[in-house]
Design a protein around this ligand. Sequence first.
Ligand code: BGC
Ligand code: ZN
Length: 367
Amino acid sequence: MKAIAVRPGTPDSVHLAELPMPQLEDIPGGRGVLVRVLKVGVDATDREINEAQYGNAPEGYDFLVIGHECFGIVEAVGPEVRRVQPGDYVTCTVRRPGGSVYDSIGRSDITSEEVYYERGINLRHGFLTEYFVDDEEFIVRMPQGLKKLHVLAEPMSCAAKAVEQAYLAQKRLQVWNPQRAWVMGAGQIGLLSTLVLRLRGLEVLTMARGEAPNLKSEIAAGMGATYISTRERTLHDVAAEYGRPDLIIEATGNSQVAFDAMQVLGHNGCMVWTSITGGNRKVEVPGDAINLQWVLGNKMLIGSVNANFRHFESGISDLALGEMTWPGVLEKILTTPVNGLDSYAEMMRLLVEDKEALKVFVNVAEG
Ligand code: BGC
Ligand code: ZN
């Protein structure tokens, strides 16, 4: 069976690898689910793994199969599987448990261990292959009616977690009734966070560099958010015009923006950082001013990575509600398909070079 893989540590090593066909019996206790892969999305993480910035092969392999955003159809299930059956459309969580107390309660997304296991990213093969098996506990059903949003389920789970974390953390205030949210970045996480916040009734400013109109501004506006190009405006100007936000979701991939946005958050506000900044850039910040404002304003900063089963479920519910509320808008994120696992070089080229692509994904099989 074919798979798209990299040799971790070797830059630009993306290639076609060969894996044995997985078996239901690979998963103990009759809990295996065999999935035929239909589509897999790729993102900056796959690009950075191919640039050898991070990522490790599973034990016993010198390659790592990449791809962590999957959509497929259940082909067969073990005798103890209850939640899914052959013919169901599914996606799959990414992180697998390590040894911490959080891992043991189904919260490997907040593992306290340094080493984390993620399919397609670190120490576990990913989904850019023809079939995979996994434990029922990690398989998430997608409604038939959401088939056209396929690979958005995984990035959506990360957006759902980011917003959920803010609401949970803000219970510290006893009363929190956020009105204004800013979303920094209009890539997939930015736009999907915009969706979650709009569904919660917030006024949302979604910000990115590009001048409107463009596809990102069209999608943000399609969900009733206001798109702001930051090319010619500082965040202080935006705050002066629209007011300081109660909540900021940072999803630009740019640590300068992460620190800049700290300077405009409103009193009692909460900011969530979601960018995986693989580089080692240094940024200059007005440290005293930020420190002072954050203390005097009782502000809160959260880092949020990955997502667990529950976030996939709430994310999928929000995709469904979003589709009912603003029909046809979300699928505009799915800009850039490539056909077949053999197109791995084209897939990586688009991921690196196509600045207009909001989402590159591979059509692995029909179904
Ligand atoms: C994935 C997450 C993962 C994170 C860190 C992201 O691209 O979507 O599931 O936890 O990278 O590896
Ligand atoms: Zn990702």
